[in-house]
Design a protein around this ligand. Structure first.
Ligand SMILES: [Zn+2]
Length: 313
């Protein structure tokens, strides 16, 4: 937490300077950590600037999401310290990346910035943690005190209606990529999905596929709950979009995207596209370039494409 607090001062954001430190144990049993601030990805900063929105999304990556996208090891079962209470989008990313514990600097609850958006923290961010099974604590650095905000029973297992699909493949090439995508079109019919060819640290290659779905821990099998989940709450939603799901899952399992082999059946949302820039993804293949959740995603695509930040094919 001390690292997160100190690092927050490096944030390029003029008013809301936020820091996060992600830490855990890798598969070899060694401790690791990564610390980030909320920031504009280099490409957006240099080619578009800080004043322009990307579609309807800010051009910044939040600190906790930046940690996930840049984690040197699998984020599953790791923990994160954040200087401020987290937004619902980061809550969804934390859930999908398998982080199990969140610590918040108790001073974060006293800032004006939090007071303005605390509603979303209570009604969405915390609900997401409860369903996904994420413990939340507040840390008072001066008093050296940790207070529990949400503790999840050890035997709690979140429901997974729509897990990420793995398909082992031999080679990552254009032909395999097209074949997998065609199979997915047949399988998912008109539903929105995203597919990526990825590699693990032992060089095994997989095609990963995700559908859009409510964040882990929520079921969409109950029609009434599904309707609730599908209705956006202001600018937030309980639905985790497929490209975002894949990126968070890759971080979770320490999988690496094989350059050029990312596909989405339609144009990703503005937020997903900004996250792609934050993850240094430079090319995406789209099924239907006219189709998007909302028009701002199409606008984001134009901006990032014109600035030559992402190549859409
Ligand atoms: Zn956030």
């Amino acid at each position: 937490m001390t690292t997160a607090i100190e690092n927050a001062l490096n944030s390029a954001h003029p008013t809301n300077k936020i820091g996060a430190t992600l830490f855990g144990t890798d598969t070899a049993g060694d401790r690791f950590f990564v610390s980030k601030t909320n920031n504009w990805p280099n490409a957006i900063d240099k080619k578009i600037g800080r004043d322009e929105k990307i579609g309807n999304s800010s051009g910044t990556i939040h600190a906790e999401t930046a940690c996930i996208l840049n984690s040197p090891f699998g984020t599953e079962n790791s923990a994160v310290c954040i200087t401020d209470p987290f937004c619902p989008n980061c809550a969804k990313n934390i859930a999908e990346s398998g982080i199990k514990t969140i610590y918040i600097d108790s001073k974060g609850f006293e800032k004006d910035f939090f007071k303005r958006r605390s509603g979303h923290f209570d009604t969405m961010s915390m609900q997401i943690c409860e369903r996904a099974g994420i413990n939340v604590f507040a840390i008072d650095i001066e008093k050296k005190e940790i207070t529990s905000i949400l503790e999840i029973p050890d035997d709690y297992l979140p429901v997974e209606d729509s897990p990420i699909h793995y398909q082992e493949i031999k080679d990552a090439n254009e032909e395999t990529f097209k074949k997998v995508i065609q199979e997915n079109f047949d399988l998912h019919k008109k539903r929105k999905f995203s597919t990526a060819l990825v590699k693990d640290i032992d060089d095994n290659i997989y095609a990963l596929t995700a559908r859009a779905h409510a964040v882990t821990g929520y079921t969409m099998k109950d029609p009434e709950e599904a309707i609730d989940l599908l209705v956006p709450v202001g600018k937030y939603s309980f639905i985790q979009e497929p490209v975002n799901r894949l990126m968070m899952h890759m971080a979770r399992k320490n999988l690496f995207l094989i350059y050029d082999y990312l596909f989405c059946s339609q144009v990703p949302t503005s937020r997903e596209q900004v996250n792609l820039v934050g993850a240094d993804v430079k090319r995406i293949t789209i099924g239907d370039l006219q189709k998007c959740r909302d028009v701002s995603g199409l606008k984001a695509m134009k901006q990032l494409s014109n600035a030559k930040i992402i190549d859409y094919s």
